[in-house]
Design a protein around this ligand. Structure first.
Ligand SMILES: *Cc1c(COP(=O)(O)O)cnc(C)c1O
Length: 336
């Protein structure tokens, strides 16, 4: 994992793709707030900022990539409709964007996806197909629909338009934080990290990118370790939005994450749980487990460098509220 500035095109993606994405999605996606967390800044002795990607209407950043991809389709493709498979937030983003643009959307999901997410998908007007135990099973069904009905499959991460859409976060970070030196990015398929990485490494500034995943089933981490995309069994985690493979035929994100990620941290379940309860208690911010991995890295003082501003991507808030309540009860009995 090299710590280098961008010197050449990566997979033919350029900073211009992200600049274009920003204009394209402006009618659907608002710039999100950046707030300083005083309590976390005191904890680590340097400014910690929260990039609030939880405040989008769908409760997660994935609206950016979905909007950029769907708005780039031809009129003919839009008429036939779109399909997607996802652990929830990407599906919700696709449903939301399609609905806004008057395009039909089918979402294929596995039976592991939490009930809160299924209900939200239905409310957004998507057709739901529940298949199998994993995101991979849902993916197979999705490609059947592409063959049978001519729907366009909207990839959750391994697509240049999706990556460029997520990369718009990187532009906003650099605009808002002139002293930014570290970005903490939840990592699953790597679309979020690839986009932010491309954005910040294309600048003249020295900004480090740290990926955070849960300890179990961290597919990108294990794939980078062996040097090629691999598959892993999915296991239960509070960070359910970080589950799912990266695709054995990964085209973009494996290489982009390899190029842009300076460090990677794996977070144990108890620390994810504690971070979720902590943020509710101290900040009144609802975070799903995936987003809490970044806060856990801060709380555990795991960011290896000493100076400059840290931005943590608060990637989403879509957690079953009963799970969050249990965690709050569990941890507020202790000293937080
Ligand atoms: C999808 C998602 C991630 C990870 O994004 P990738 O592009 O798959 O790495 C992180 N947090 C939340 C809330 C997500 O929905």
């Amino acid at each position: 994992m090299a710590n280098t500035h961008l010197t050449k095109e990566t997979q033919n993606m350029k900073i211009g793709d992200i600049l274009e994405a920003r204009e394209r999605i402006a009618s659907i996606v608002n710039k999100t707030p950046m707030i300083q967390s005083i309590i976390l800044s005191e904890k680590v002795g340097r400014p910690v900022y929260l990039k609030l990607e939880n405040v989008h209407e769908v409760g997660a950043f994935k609206i950016r990539g979905a909007a950029n991809k769907i708005l780039s389709l031809t009129e003919e493709q839009k008429k036939r409709g779109v399909a997607t498979y996802s652990t929830g937030n990407h599906g919700m983003a696709v449903a939301y964007v399609a609905n806004k643009l008057g395009i039909d959307a089918v979402v294929c999901i596995s039976n592991r996806v939490p009930k809160a997410k299924v209900d939200s998908l239905k409310r957004l007007g998507a057709q739901i197909e529940i298949v199998g135990d994993s995101q991979d099973d849902a993916g197979v069904r999705c490609y059947e629909l592409e063959k049978e009905k001519g729907l366009t499959v909207i990839q959750p991460f391994d697509d240049p338009h999706v990556i460029a859409g997520q990369g718009t976060i990187g532009l906003e970070l650099m605009e808002d934080l002139p002293n930014l030196t570290d970005v903490i990015v939840p990592l699953s398929g790597g679309g979020l990290l690839s986009g932010i990485g491309l954005a910040v490494k294309s600048s003249e500034r020295d900004i480090r990118v740290t990926g955070v995943s849960m300890e179990q089933s961290a597919v990108m981490y294990e794939s980078l370790k062996v040097g090629k995309p691999i598959e892993l069994e999915e296991s239960e985690t509070l960070a359910d939005s970080l589950l799912g493979g990266i695709g054995l035929d990964n085209q973009y994100t494996f290489n982009m994450v390899r190029q842009y990620m300076d460090d990677v941290l794996l977070i144990p379940e108890e620390e994810i749980a504690y971070a979720m309860a902590y943020m509710m208690d101290k900040h009144r911010i609802i975070m799903e487990g995936a987003a809490a991995t970044g806060i856990a890295a801060i709380l555990g003082n795991k960011i290896p460098h000493q100076t400059g501003d840290i931005a943590v991507i608060i990637s989403g808030q879509n957690v079953d509220i009963s799970i969050l309540l249990q965690l709050i009860q569990k941890y507020t009995a202790d000293e937080m």
